[in-house]
Design a protein around this ligand. Structure first.
Ligand code: ZN
Length: 105
């Protein structure tokens, strides 16, 4: 609704789920935040670079690499650091307030 009115712009919105999606296909435009026992465990999305492969980002502070996901009032995620998809299309991007920012490297 807000999007249609042009008031809210985003490529991704957060959807909270209770367990890792496994091989489930994640719809474009959704970033699945896996929250288990109140703890953020994973952020999962389909690669926006064209290959569509599922990307799982560990949010576990005790693992490396790890990422952090924040979200704003509209559920738009900000992910840090950047996401570098190493296997398929090798795209490299940031997600800021739900928007994809492509890296040139
Ligand atoms: Zn890709």
């Amino acid at each position: 609704m807000l999007r249609r009115l042009g008031l809210l712009d985003f490529n991704f919105l957060v959807k909270r789920v209770a367990r890792h999606p496994g091989k489930t296909e994640i719809p474009a435009g959704e970033l699945w935040l896996v929250i288990d026992g109140g703890v953020k465990k994973w952020a999962c999305l389909s690669c926006p670079g064209g290959c569509g492969v599922q990307i799982s980002l560990s949010l576990n502070p005790e693992r490396r690499p790890r990422w952090e996901v924040d979200q704003d009032f509209w559920q738009r995620p900000t992910v840090s650091p950047s996401i570098h998809q190493q296997k398929m299309c090798r795209c490299h991007f940031w997600i800021r307030k739900g928007m994809i920012l492509w890296s040139k490297t």
